[in-house]
Design a protein around this ligand. Structure first.
Ligand SMILES: Nc1nc2c(ncn2[C@@H]2O[C@H](COP(=O)(O)OP(=O)(O)OP(=O)(O)O)[C@@H](O)[C@H]2O)c(=O)[nH]1
Ligand SMILES: [Mg+2]
Length: 373
């Protein structure tokens, strides 16, 4: 991947550019007169995404096995951790944010290498009347993988209590393929009509799917709705995102979810940068944790997807629990070391006592001899 100066998909904006909310870059001068500057286009560094780097990264991700990203801090090895059978990533996001589309988009990156004409897997909501995704659905990534899977989920509703209950259940009890964990009312896009969905339970219980512990969360948000929220100053959408994102059960260890911004193909570069910066500020995370992944089919999107997957896997592995016998082994080693240290200290005391006693005996003998004289 070579770097030249120009415009880029993975931009980093200066604060002044991010703060500029008007399209023409209007600013107030000291005299209070508004002047219209040229649009504040930030300095971007273009990363040219060539097919070879995408191919290499795809192959590297396809070879991944749980435990491969463990760095071995403090002398630990992959075998010292409780590795998941399959690294499990959970998609969370509002209605129509593009979770199912993202599953198809991620799959396509790997299909290019394996089967370019394979059909899409996840069902995408075509209009606001459709219910959207209703069941938790497991998608191995790539299709035949036994190392990584992504769970597509039903959307968040405008009822935060229901969202929190659902998320807590997923994050604490685990998730399994073809299951709805709870039934609750869901808003339509018009906002005021509410449709009640009957409990579905384990519709496909004959599949007897394994329950998976979530290893990392991917928080999917629609860039267009965020920009609308910012520009119309209606905080509703952003507030729900913020509250949900901050929900402690969504964090794995200290790691908050990775954020994927969709619908970027419907925004200008500057708007996309603005959304990214605004999200970083609202959610209190670095921009490196936010991935701009539009529906577009190009190498830069492919690389952003691979980048995002790698981020998830690395952070998931940083938070894997350590095995009990490793802890006991370390404890045992520490206890032995402490005991040895204590013995050595005791040894010194005993030595000093023996020397003292010898001196005393010598003194006594010497004094006896003196008395006999
Ligand atoms: N232009 C554009 N459209 C997108 C993008 N992502 C999703 N969409 C469209 O947005 C609509 C909703 O997408 P879905 O993937 O079904 O959204 P979802 O989050 O799975 O929705 P629920 O299942 O209802 O929670 C569909 O019409 C998609 O084609 C994107 O990046 N760009
Ligand atoms: Mg969906």
């Amino acid at each position: 991947m070579s770097a030249v100066t120009a415009t880029t998909p993975r931009w980093r904006l200066s604060t002044s550019a991010a703060g500029c909310r008007t399209a023409c870059g209007r600013r107030k001068t000291s005299s209070g007169v508004q002047c219209c500057d040229a649009p504040q286009v930030p300095k971007f560094t273009l990363l040219i995404f060539d097919p070879v780097s995408v191919l290499l990264e795809t192959q590297s991700m396809s070879r991944y096995k749980p435990g491969d990203c463990i760095e071995g801090a403090g002398g630990t090895k992959a075998g010292d951790y409780i590795l998941p059978e399959i690294a499990t990533l959970l998609l969370v996001g509002p209605r129509g944010a593009g979770k199912s589309t993202l599953v198809n988009r991620i799959t396509r990156v790997f299909d290019k290498d394996d089967d370019p004409f394979a059909p899409d897997r996840a069902q995408v909501s075509r209009n606001s009347k459709s219910y959207g995704t209703l069941l938790l659905w497991e998608y191995p990534i790539p299709r035949n993988s036994t190392a990584i899977c992504i769970y597509d989920t039903q959307s968040l509703s405008s009822n935060q209590q229901n969202n929190f209950k659902m998320l807590q259940q997923w994050m604490t009890k685990g998730i399994s393929h073809a299951e709805t964990t709870m039934c609750f009312s869901r808003d339509t896009d018009e906002g005021n009509k509410t449709k009640h969905i009957k409990p579905l339970g384990r519709q496909f219980s004959f599949l007897s799917c394994k329950t998976r512990k979530v290893n990392f969360v991917i928080f999917v948000v629609d860039g267009v709705s965020i920009l609308d929220g910012i520009e119309s100053n209606k905080k509703g959408y952003i507030d729900i995102l913020h509250e949900t994102f901050m929900y402690p059960f969504l964090s794995i260890g200290d790691d908050k979810p990775v954020v994927v911004v969709t619908h970027g193909d419907r925004l200008s570069m500057l708007q996309r940068a603005h959304v990214q910066n605004e999200l970083a500020e609202v959610l209190g995370i670095p921009v490196q944790q936010i991935f701009d992944i539009p529906g577009s089919d190009d190498y830069q999107t492919d690389l952003a997807i691979l980048d995002m997957l790698r981020y998830c896997i690395q952070h998931a592995e940083q938070n894997l629990p350590i095995k009990l016998n490793y802890l006991l082994e370390v404890r045992g080693r520490e206890t032995l070391k402490n005991a040895a240290e204590r013995l050595m200290a005791l040894d010194a005391v005993i030595e000093a006592t023996i020397i003292f006693l010898c001196i005393m005996i010598l003194l006594l003998r010497f004094s006896d001899k003196l008395l006999q004289l």
